[in-house]
Write a protein that binds this ligand. Structure first.
Ligand code: CMP
Length: 227
């Protein structure tokens, strides 16, 4: 079995561990493979495992009663999810769906809780990751109130670029794997408004659009628009 050790060691959980500690934690870990579109769990399900993404991308979504979806985040290799129900044993706060084929490392909450009691340094890393997530959630909430849709689109693209961007001569290639509908769900606006903003950015020469990816040509202007 391929364990993508380099990726696993980037995750907050494994970050503070020495080789022996990482090996011991890995021993309590199972590998899960998903095909694009597979639902790992739904909002409201009982949660008993935390996941670290080894390969691929996972989206976390919440649905309104009328069927509309809000995309909370798209996570890639080295990132974790499913920790809220670890620290606060209640149902899952969001659904997790594979945006691409994906491989995950799954850790049972029971095993982890025990493990963490003897490892305050690892617990600190997890707390840090939680604090970062809260900061980001606050930023997203403030943007929904204070920032217009083009500003939110610019910000979302820069965030995706920070996660999935690859610098090339022609620009910063961001293969986000999201449909236009999903991008709109991430920004919290209609598909039409988001498309208009993207088309406007493209016409100004700030980026190039293609299916499920974008090439950022002028990061500075985009960052200015995101402010
Ligand atoms: P849990 O509630 O166990 O299952 C859903 C997971 O989605 C949750 O744990 C978090 O890991 C993750 N999650 C929930 N809200 C957010 C958010 N706003 N940003 C990023 N991840 C989130």
């Amino acid at each position: 079995m391929v364990w993508h050790d380099d990726i696993l060691s980037r995750a907050p959980l494994f970050h503070a561990l020495d080789e022996e500690g990482a090996r011991a934690l890995r021993a309590g870990t199972e590998q899960v493979r998903l095909a694009r579109g597979d639902r790992l769990f739904d909002e409201g399900d009982a949660g008993d495992r935390l996941y670290v993404i080894l390969d691929g991308k996972i989206k976390l979504t919440r649905a309104a009663s009328d069927g509309r979806e809000n995309l909370l985040s798209v996570l890639g290799p080295g990132e974790m999810f499913g920790e809220l129900s670890l620290f606060d044993p209640r149902p899952r706060t969001a659904a997790a769906v594979a945006v691409t084929d994906a491989t995950l490392a799954a850790l049972a909450h029971d095993h982890l809780r025990q493990w963490l009691t003897g490892r305050p340094d690892v617990a600190m890393h997890l707390l840090r990751a939680l604090a970062q997530r809260l900061r980001r959630a606050n930023d997203v909430m403030a943007d929904l109130v204070f920032t217009d849709v083009p500003g939110r689109v610019a910000k979302a693209l820069l965030d995706l670029a920070g996660r999935f961007g690859v610098e090339q001569e022609s620009g910063l290639h961001v293969h986000h794997d999201l449909t236009q509908e999903e991008l709109a769900q991430l920004v919290g606006a209609s598909r039409e408004t988001v498309n208009k903003a993207l088309a406007d950015f493209a016409s100004r020469g700030w980026l190039q659009l293609s299916a499920k990816s974008v090439v950022i040509l002028d990061r500075e202007r985009l960052a200015k628009r995101a402010r």
